[in-house]
Design a protein around this ligand. Sequence first.
Ligand code: SF4
Length: 115
Amino acid sequence: MSKAEFICIHCPVGCKIIVENEEIMGNECKRGEEYVIQEMKNAKRILTTTVFIEGEQRMLPVKSDGEIPKELIKDCMRELAKVKARLPVKRGDVIYKTSTGINIIATRSMEKKQE
Ligand code: SF4
């Protein structure tokens, strides 16, 4: 007998979905069922984080421009710890291409600090 619990992240309702003996329960709509099936097969996430900026103390907020398999998120974070973005950047600029092939893009525009 197997049992697993999930919280659906596709809308603010956040249904608690239980999968027991291949039966899916607790989802208010079809999207919850699809989410659980996807999570059990191959969980993926959009990665949001910050990276260093060359020559500055500030950090640049970034995100992946696609979903990354959950088990590769740590590897991506390790790669991003070595990245230094060069200002100026515009929101949506590609800052880095991860080993998964997914791009990391700036989520806001930033100018160099005036000296
Ligand atoms: S199952 Fe449907 S209603 Fe429930 S959180 Fe997911 S998307 Fe929202």
